[in-house]
Design a protein around this ligand. Structure first.
Ligand code: GDP
Length: 314
């Protein structure tokens, strides 16, 4: 990939897209094509076609998506399915029609069956039913990765797909109704310390296990795959290590200096019991994560702290 190549990063204001911009700029890429969702609504096929015709990107990193935590996925089910399908069909289709040399599509570890054997290998895709709370999002992401495979099969397109585990980092969503667990806990514990609250509420039973990857590591892995991978199968991107939600809450409590009680709310869903990715394929391709969870959480705590003056939302 030439340092002056025209690289379109779809979703550059999101947590993943902004990390990709940072990583590519640091590597010396100078010709990044960026559009906000106000400037270019990726659900609008005509607008997407017009953009590709005018800008002729050579590489596309598809990090634009409607995303959210367990509650948002479960409540806005139609939006998660429809918006993501539209974005993917428009961007992947336009990439083919306008001769994009390589495309990277970002999926999610929630595409795998709810009760997949652990750690989850790429080939377990479509071997069992999905977790119901995020089935619409997962179905859209599965369709996106299959569309990339289908373009490769039918037209020989260099469209590759990466499946990241749960992510965290700068530009995360701290809205307690729609966020994922880690930013939610960072915010809740930070506020509890500031307000001197005796307890913090943690959703569900605390027993589900999750794996967390810093988004800067993901961006680094994406660049590695763009440069060194051109296969049909998806590639899992994670750390290969997980912990329980209770352990995660205890870690955040410790790092924020919270000494009160954890209260588990069983009325909130647990979601899938475990989703630890098997990252041996990624390791065999020569990439391994660098930022360990404790260090990464310390890094993002400053960001959460700056948001702590807003009122607790739930
Ligand atoms: P998931 O990985 O798709 O299930 O999405 P989340 O990151 O939203 O949730 C992961 C797990 O953390 C689930 O078992 C949640 O019930 C649990 N959890 C505990 N407290 C919270 C919270 O405050 N917010 C969220 N989103 N999840 C929480």
């Amino acid at each position: 990939m030439d340092l002056t190549a025209r690289i379109y990063i779809a979703g550059h204001r999101g947590m993943v897209g902004s990390a990709l911009v940072r990583r590519l700029r640091a590597a010396g890429y100078t010709n990044l094509l960026l559009r906000t969702s106000q400037e270019l609504d990726l659900r609008n096929q005509a607008a997407v076609e017009q953009f590709f015709a005018a800008e002729q990107p050579e590489y596309v990193l598809l990090a634009a998506a409607k995303v959210g935590g367990i509650q948002a996925n479960n409540v806005y089910r139609a939006d998660f399915l429809q918006d993501n399908l539209l974005i993917q069909c428009n961007v992947i289709g336009a990439s083919h029609r306008h001769g994009v040399r390589k495309l990277l599509f970002l999926g999610s570890s929630c595409i795998y069956p709810k009760l997949a054997p652990q750690p989850i290998k790429e080939e377990y895709l479509l071997t069992g039913p999905l977790e119901p709370t995020n089935e619409p999002y997962a179905l859209a992401k599965i369709a996106g990765l299959k569309l990339c495979e289908a373009y490769r099969d039918q037209h020989g397109s260099s469209f590759i797909t990466a499946m990241p585990t749960n992510l965290y980092g700068p530009n995360d969503n701290y809205d307690l109704h729609s966020s994922h667990v880690l930013p939610a806990l960072l915010r809740k514990f930070t506020e509890a310390v500031q307000l001197g609250m005796p307890q913090v509420e943690v959703w569900g039973s605390g027993t589900p296990r999750r794996e967390f990857l810093h988004v800067d590591d993901l961006a680094d892995a994406c660049l590695h795959l763009l440069l060194h991978y051109d296969g049909r199968e998806p590639v899992n991107v994670g750390t290969g290590q997980d912990l329980t939600i209770r352990e995660l809450a205890e870690l955040v409590a410790q790092l924020t200096g919270f000494t009160g009680r954890l209260v588990f709310d069983p009325s909130k869903p647990d979601g899938t019991p475990r989703k630890l990715l098997d990252v041996s394929k990624l390791h065999a391709l020569g990439w391994k994560h660098r930022i360990e969870l404790t260090e990464g959480v310390r890094q993002v705590l400053a960001e959460a702290t700056s948001l702590a003056n807003a009122p607790v939302l739930s």
